[in-house]
Ligand binder design. Sequence first.
Ligand code: PRT
Ligand code: ZN
Length: 286
Amino acid sequence: MQETLKIAVQKSGRLYEGSMKLLKECGIEVSNGNNQLRVLAANFPLEVFFLRDDDIPEYVQDAVADIGFVGENVVRESNKEITIIEKLGFGKCRLSIAVPKNGKFETLTDLNQKKIATSYPLILSGYLKEKNITASIHEISGSVEIAPRIGLADAICDLVSSGSTLFTNELKEIETILLSEAVLISNKNLSAEKKLILESLLFRIRSVKKAKNNKYVLLNAPNDKLETICKILPGMRSPTILPLAESGWSSVHSVISENDFWNAIEKLKAAGAQGILIIPIEKMIL
Ligand code: PRT
Ligand code: ZN
């Protein structure tokens, strides 16, 4: 019988949707209709465990699960013997130090000998040590943002994504100490067979990620502008150029990275490109 790879994902919460969506985009069917704790994928040797995110690094270290999807912030704070294999591109946030907006603290140095409330004591203490700041760390597990208002701490260290929680609580960020997103973690001693399944899953994850970071561009160009336009659009090898029915014009097909996108579109228009279509790519196998 073929082995199955056991993956731990968050049971409910901010990473649940992203984790299930990624598996689906990898062509792996997992139904969790009955809110079960363990589900076998229908078409891939994968068994999915639904757990609290804080437990995932330990379960992966202890080989209860072989791999997991979890926030890098949780991985760093848990400090377990596991390997981070790949960033997954969802669940993006940052761990930041924030202080009351109209208070007397402006910089990290102002927090010397002061009290900081956080659910991330390990990451915070490492950071403060590195920066030579001596502050006392008050560990709390939730509602960290209200600590300064109720006199529990002078500052907080918490996760931020949109910044609206800080805003509503009249706090301002003064220092980002970790940029985080969901990552794929693995047990350090996978069997050869499990490593092969992981390789196959990773291949799919990387193809999905690459496709998300790229767009398919289709445009019409006058033939005398083709050279300039091709320089803006390098494509995977070079752009595909096909003659249009209207003489003197060609259709150009290419792939462009999300990061270069807006910049390139402006240049393409300026170079005489017309009818520019941008099409999402579903998978990208190179
Ligand atoms: O029940 P379980 O223990 O599994 O879940 P949990 O409640 O511990 O975690 P959950 O679901 O809140 O978050 C899971 C993971 O999502 C975190 O470990 C991060 O990796 C990631 N993530 C991304 C976030 C945020 N964005 C986020 N904004 N986790 C928490 N927040 C909180 C933050 O703590 C603060 O209270 O959202 C608030 C700030 O959000 P903004 O948008 O107002 O800035
Ligand atoms: Zn949690």
